[in-house]
Ligand binder design. Structure first.
Ligand code: GTP
Ligand code: SPV
Ligand code: MN
Length: 591
């Protein structure tokens, strides 16, 4: 037996001694295993079957009402030195962290089954892919990991070949927010998560491994692990360009990754190919370009707002073989969420009858029927726009990197960075309004560099330096842009229609890449003029377009001074190149 399988067996036994499960089940990823687990979860109430005629093999899971999102305040990066985790992470010394969380794990699986989930992040034969093993007492986690990763026998075989794997230990525990921690030990390639059964807290291959641990490894190994979608845009000439885009949680990655082109674009022959909707691993190729893979195999997407109008590709992939978490249901047992034009929810995400406002135990309650962070889990193969190149072992070459966030004011629809260093500053100084994807206040603007604030497994100052380091003489790096679909007018409504129409902005971006579109230079970067964007058939007013493309100098002076203070908050570790770049923009704004 290989040494990695020895190590795996030994670790499984060690964890079993600590957690005391009644049974250990090694997951092979087979259909029969999946069917048996579904039956089990139906019998325990972990899953509720949805309408078998309209939603065959679709299930609803209701999580504990106090366990509905990622918990950033309970998430730790435990490096030996606190400076290595940085001010962007919560930190505890590794020995102390292990002791604290192991005390919670002690005996926690008594009476339960511990599942051993070998998984591979990325195509099973890609040199860029990495494997892990999650030990969990949650069958819901197993079912989700089966959709979200390449899980089971093939992953185990690769672990044997690779000789190493990331260790993830998870228990739902008591689902008590006071006994909940998500801890990362990057130097030990280890994750320990206790007390939550939800998404990014519990599916350890996703944010914990593919972002926090992977970003740490990527720094020493010369690649990048990013919170980015990857999309292919095929123009009418049949050429496909790949774009990676980082938007914070619940800010539009899934939607952009599978957009359907506006009518005129469809007629002209434009096509959109989905590679990934949440995570991107990219690495410099022999040709100097950055090559990207999607380490995931499925989508764990935001349900509210998903409709035939906003994201028809998503809606179409959700009518069979999907898991819905914390959505509402209709009288005929179909899943429902805010933003769907049809259907009437009768039961809310907590299982409470909606109309029953006379029931002293249940109502009246006026909140949303579906939780704002309710989600669907579905295999990427069910997406009509899923690209055959998503399985390419070498990945796809990137032409552009796009940063963006939710900014109701100031930030224009799109601008282009002058060069790589400016682009890194644009990413490093991103800010966005917070969303329901994490517990805490919603709608508060905060800095979220590269959309990685909750996910970077090391000090942001070192991360910015790592980004800058890709600018080598032989590199053929993608151009960097910033977008904002979320500008609002004085009436409080979004100025830009968004969704499929975002292709109009991507068209300009790709024309800038091949040098066929004009831009006007401003201190914050290069912007299209109104005539450079195709707005045919949009019905958007000239005033609105001007507002979307304006650079408010006074507002940007204030923003740049805040960006300066933000860079300074990382102290002497902040790369000088970023400070110089910030200063030169300040000078240009004052000039
Ligand atoms: P995570 O999975 O949390 O990382 O989020 P994400 O970035 O994939 O976000 P997603 O695409 O699921 O979008 C989140 C919410 O933003 C949904 O309610 C969407 O309907 C909405 N949204 C997405 N794109 C647009 C857009 O272009 N304009 C507007 N106004 N809303 C959008
Ligand atoms: C996010 O919050 O960015 C997500 C969902 O993609 S979760 O997997 O819960 O982190
Ligand atoms: Mn995400």
């Amino acid at each position: 037996m290989s040494s990695s399988l020895d190590a795996l067996n030994q670790w499984v036994l060690e964890v079993a001694r600590l957690t005391q499960p009644d049974r250990i089940h090694w997951c092979d990823g087979s259909d029969s295993e999946s069917r048996a687990l579904t039956e089990l979860m139906l019998s325990t109430g972990d899953l509720i079957a949805l309408n078998p005629e309209t939603y065959p093999d679709c299930y609803l899971h209701r999580s504990s009402p106090s366990d509905v999102a990622r918990v950033e305040h309970l998430t730790f990066v435990c490096t030996p030195e606190p400076e290595d985790a940085g001010p962007n992470n919560h930190w505890t010394a590794p020995a102390e962290a292990h002791a604290k969380i192991d005390a919670l794990f002690a005996g926690c699986m008594r009476g339960r089954t511990m599942y051993v989930i070998p998984y591979c992040m990325g195509p099973i034969d890609s040199p860029i892919s990495r494997c892990g093993v999650e030990l969990t007492d949650s069958p819901y986690v197993v079912a989700n990991m089966r959709i979200m990763t390449r899980m089971g026998a093939a992953a185990l075989a690769r672990i044997e070949r690779d000789g190493s794997f990331v260790k993830g230990l998870h228990s739902t525990g008591e689902l008590d927010p006071d006994r909940r921690f998500i801890m990362h030990f990057p130097e030990e390639l280890t994750i320990k998560s206790y007390g939550s059964g939800y998404g990014g807290n519990a599916l350890l291959g996703k944010k914990c491994h593919a972002l926090r641990i992977a970003s740490y490894q990527a720094r020493t190994e010369g690649w990048l692990a990013e919170h980015m979608l990857i999309v292919g845009i095929e123009n009418p000439q049949g050429e496909t360009h790949y774009v990676a885009a980082a938007f914070p949680s619940a800010c539009g990655k899934t939607n952009l990754a599978m957009l359907i082109p506006p009518e005129g674009y469809l007629k002209a022959g434009w096509k959109v190919w989905t590679i990934g909707d949440d995570i991107c691993w990219m690495t410099p190729g022999a040709d100097g370009r950055l090559w990207a893979i999607n380490p995931e195999a499925g989508f764990f997407g935001v349900a509210p707002g998903t409709s035939a109008k906003t994201n028809p590709n998503a809606l179409a992939m959700l009518d069979h073989d999907a898991i819905f978490t914390n959505v509402a249901v209709t009288a005929d047992n179909r899943p429902w969420w805010e933003g769907l034009p049809d259907g009437v929810p009768v039961t809310d995400w907590q299982g409470r009858p909606i109309a029953d406002s006379d029931d002293p135990n249940n109502g009246p309650h006026n909140g949303p029927a579906a939780h704002p962070n309710s989600r669907f889990t579905v295999s990427a193969n069910q997406c009509a726009s899923f690209s055959p190149h998503a399985e390419d072992p070498q990945g796809v070459p990137l032409s552009a990197i796009v940063f963006g966030g939710r900014r109701e004011s100031l930030v224009p629809l799109v601008f282009e960075a002058r060069d790589w260093t400016h682009g890194v500053l644009v990413g490093a100084s991103m800010a966005s309004e917070t969303t329901a994807a994490a517990t805490g206040a919603v709608g508060v603007v905060r800095r979220d560099p590269m959309a990685m604030k909750p996910f970077c497994g090391y000090n942001f100052a070192d991360y910015f330096a790592h980004w800058l380091s890709f600018d080598k003489p032989a590199a053929k790096l993608p151009k960097i842009f910033h977008v904002n679909w979320f500008r609002k007018g004085e009436n409080g409504k979004f100025l830009w229609p968004g969704f499929g129409d975002n292709l109009r902005v991507l068209e300009w971006i790709l024309k800038r890449v091949d040098g066929s579109a004009d831009a006007h230079e401003t201190p914050i970067g290069n912007l299209p003029q109104a005539g450079d964007l195709n707005v045919e058939g949009l019905g958007i007013g000239a005033d609105e377009l001007d507002a979307l493309l304006a650079v408010d100098r006074a507002g940007w002076k204030h923003e740049l001074s805040e960006i300066g203070a933000y860079l300074d908050s990382y102290g002497a570790r902040t790369p000088d190149a970023l400070k110089r770049e910030q200063q030169s923009i300040v000078d240009a704004l004052n000039g």
